[in-house]
Design a protein around this ligand. Structure first.
Ligand code: 13P
Ligand code: SF4
Length: 297
């Protein structure tokens, strides 16, 4: 199947982009693997007629918004991010009415219609830089409450969080992380900012998924406890074989990310389905906050 995928990919001049949480066999056939920020940047650079995006729908939408004239495919159209679905246009409009002077910073984990009414986007890799680039005193930050609270610790602006959350990172519990730390006292604990504040308080480092890989590669430590989805841990073990990686507690899986199997990638390429289609007006408006984010870093 891998060989077949490579053949069709070449014939159709397609590129496969995959998020760090994808199944290892999907990562293996990808041209590029990364975190949300790297994938957004890559999507803008690629010279291909078709982009097959292996991730959740908001990521594939980002690739489409940044490349409106390219064909963007997602192998499973039902691979959604529940956190992105927590915030609606109505929620944002109400917040804007309540805080008319505030700037709206939308985490990329939002749907295209929400991005279209936001001022700027951010990812877990650049949230702090994005907020620091704004002079507004008040910032509506959505949808992840944990990321909003994490950012608010380092900035002077008033951060107004939305109460969204990631069910995967929420599952890291204080007791299990503490137990893992006690069992591996020589390990560096790196967690994702979507984790709860009590988990972040235990961490040595807080980073995006690809940020975690960079930290592990550059660190003198040999052992790491990782507070994020298990797909990243598989990538780390493969790419950094001389170091040890463990989940900071039981292994956590994003079922939405794991919907895409290698067979789905094959079918997607072969039949050019499912194509990501977004209303043109929404797409034009959503492009601005994304481009603005890409200019910050
Ligand atoms: P990253 O941008 O850090 O890869 O995070 C994406 C995500 O969905 C985290 O749950
Ligand atoms: Fe969404 Fe959480 Fe899955 Fe990331 S891990 S895609 S935030 S549900």
């Amino acid at each position: 199947m891998k060989e077949e995928i490579l053949k069709i990919k070449q014939k159709k001049k397609a590129v496969i982009l995959a998020h760090n949480y994808q199944r290892l066999e999907v990562q293996e056939i990808a041209d590029f693997i990364g975190d949300s920020f790297e994938l957004a940047r890559k999507a803008r650079e690629v010279d291909a007629e078709i982009i097959v995006f292996c991730g959740v729908i908001f990521m594939a939408e980002m690739a489409k918004i940044l490349n409106p004239d390219k064909k963007v495919l997602i192998p499973r159209i039902d691979a959604r991010c529940p956190m992105a679905d927590m915030v609606t246009v109505k929620d944002v409009s109400e917040l804007k009415k309540k805080y008319p002077d505030a700037i709206v910073v939308s985490y990329v984990n939002t749907n295209a219609d929400v991005k279209a009414i936001s001022d700027i986007c951010c990812t877990s890799a650049n949230a702090l830089k994005v907020v620091n680039s704004l002079d507004s005193e008040k910032i509506i930050f959505l949808p992840d409450e944990n990321l909003a609270n994490y950012v608010s610790r380092f900035v002077k602006n008033e951060i107004i969080p939305f109460k969204g959350f990631c069910y995967v990172h929420k599952r890291f519990q204080y007791d299990e992380v503490k137990k893992a730390k006690d069992a591996h006292p020589d390990a560096l604990l790196i967690v994702h900012p979507e984790c709860d504040p009590d988990i972040i308080a235990l961490a040595d480092e807080v980073a995006s998924t690809s940020g975690m890989i960079k930290i592990a590669k550059n660190s003198n430590n040999k052992k790491f406890l990782i507070g994020t989805e298990e797909g990243l841990i598989h990538r780390m073990r493969k790419e950094i074989p001389d170091k040890e990686f463990y989940s900071a507690g039981t292994s956590k899986m994003c079922h939405n990310m794991k919907k895409i199997r290698i067979e789905d990638v094959y079918e997607s390429l072969l039949n050019e389905k499912e194509e990501v289609i977004i209303d043109r007006e929404i797409m034009d408006r959503a492009k601005k906050p994304l481009e603005r984010m890409l200019e910050v870093v």
